[in-house]
Design a protein around this ligand. Sequence first.
Ligand code: ACO
Length: 338
Amino acid sequence: MSPLCRLNGIGIYVPDKILSNHDLEKIIDTSDEWITVRTGIKRRRKAAPGQNTSDLALMACRNLFSNARLGIAPNDITHIIFASITPDSICPSTACNLSAKLGIPHVPALDFNAACSGFLYGLMLANGLVAAQPDAKVLLVAADILTSRVNWEDRGTCVLFGDGAGATVVTNHAAGRGEQDFSATLEDLSVGADSQGGPCLTAGIGGNTSAPYKLGDRVTENFFIQMDGREVFKHAVRNMSAASAGMLERNNVTIDSLECLIPHQANARILEAVAKKLNIPDDKLFINVQEYGNTSAVSLLIAMHDAYAQKRLSKGNKTLLTTFGAGFTWGSALLAIE
Ligand code: ACO
């Protein structure tokens, strides 16, 4: 299959504040042991008061553009697409807030929501843009402050999530590779959905449009993330495994020739179950959920960034990404590292 688009560089940002499992023991009825055994998570980052989603994204973009070898500056960007389930506000969009902060206020910018699958859905959108406009340079951003949308009295969900941001620039494959450190071509991508799974993972936030909040209403549980953890677990393993197996098969990629599997970092047990179903050995599975918790759409960007820094993604090799999130949504992508 001929390559689709190119990913140029990765910038990430996580807030300074670290919330360890032991910190959580002091505010809810939980234990480091329970969280570690059930999820693999040891710590997560928490945005500072006053920091919003576009602020995190701005820091990730600065880290991306500050690498001189990238050869792309904010002024070169033609579109901004922004994956988030915790936008700054409904309007203006977080993408527009980011474009203002980056000093490129005239660049077309929009938000989209595919929950934890946001990065791979974003690649689908960016790939379409650079196919239609071959000189486009699409800033694909994901950022979330999930710690602002969990119910800190619900121990079944609040221990799982963390905050962060990530960004990359997507260009047409024919535009050629620059001098940047990280560069990869997208060889294949598939995304899927099953909206029957919607009720298993919800966050009402501003209220239901059919029953809108009125001034003075009290915030209720459905404002926050609510989840049927067991159902989500089952569907996450099933769909990430099936999407990944299909991706490998249709591209004739054997497990031996695959360098790394990077799944959405939801929970170490989910990731290990996916790798097991695919017969992918432990040393090819990348996990960093212990450091950040589940950062939703950002998790693949942070994981790719860390895997690259740890020399787990090397030139000429293939990496498989896979994801699953609320909706339900899922996807899989095959990257060739350049
Ligand atoms: N600390 C201590 N005990 C807890 C905690 C906690 N933080 N949370 C729940 N428990 C208790 C429950 O109250 C219950 O107690 P009980 O037996 O006395 O009633 C017991 O632990 C078992 O609860 P379950 O919910 O059945 O535990 P389970 O083994 O299913 O693990 C978990 C829960 C970790 C949420 C698991 O279902 C899971 O990982 N699901 C996937 C969820 C996920 O990753 N979602 C992320 C969003 S979607 C995505 O990114 C893929």
